[in-house]
Design a protein around this ligand. Structure first.
Ligand code: CO
Length: 173
């Protein structure tokens, strides 16, 4: 009879331990989900993305392509890693709408020095742009990725768009 009571007690203790463990595991799963919620969307696509693109004294960008996802918040930093002045080797980063004639835009930009080489009469072709910077400088902009599609980015400093351009690809969610 004494042994039976001991077994019953042990059995009860084991059951209690089991239930307690179960509850605490559930609670920790819930709190993990809550912590993750602000960082990822339902499809696990990051809400924001950052790029640093470099321009140098040889009239080159170091990236030919950038990929983002529709709706992401994009932080883009343009870094001029050269030493030449903004007057002789200025760089900006200009994201153009699909269908923009880059040759036409670049040609018009030559006479738009006072507006960071963004021609006023073609400003509706620009999604977003940085100011023009010189050697040793950097500048950041933040914007929402446009709808899915293929876009072009250029430097619109006179004579640069031919060499300084690349693809900005917005993938669907
Ligand atoms: Co440039």
């Amino acid at each position: 009879m004494k042994n039976y009571r001991i077994y019953l007690l042990l059995f009860t203790v084991v059951i209690m331990m089991f239930s307690c463990t179960g509850v605490s595991e559930n609670q920790s799963e819930v709190s993990e989900d809550v912590e993750k919620a602000p960082l990822v969307t339902e499809e696990s696509v990051p809400v924001s993305v950052s790029f640093t693109i470099e321009g140098n004294d040889a009239m080159q960008f170091n990236l030919e392509e950038m990929r983002v996802v529709e709706g992401q918040t994009v932080t883009l930093t343009l870094k001029h890693v050269g030493e030449m002045s903004v007057e002789t080797m200025g760089h900006n980063w200009v994201l153009l709408k699909p269908g923009t004639d880059i040759q036409e835009f670049g040609t018009a930009a030559v006479s738009a020095k006072d507006n960071d080489y963004i021609p006023q009469d073609m400003i509706d072709q620009v999604i977003v742009n940085t100011k023009v910077i010189g050697g040793g400088e950097e500048i950041s902009i933040t914007f929402d990725a446009p709808k899915m599609g293929y876009y072009k980015f250029i430097c619109s400093f006179p004579g640069h768009f031919g060499a300084m351009q690349g693809d900005f690809i917005v993938e669907p969610k």
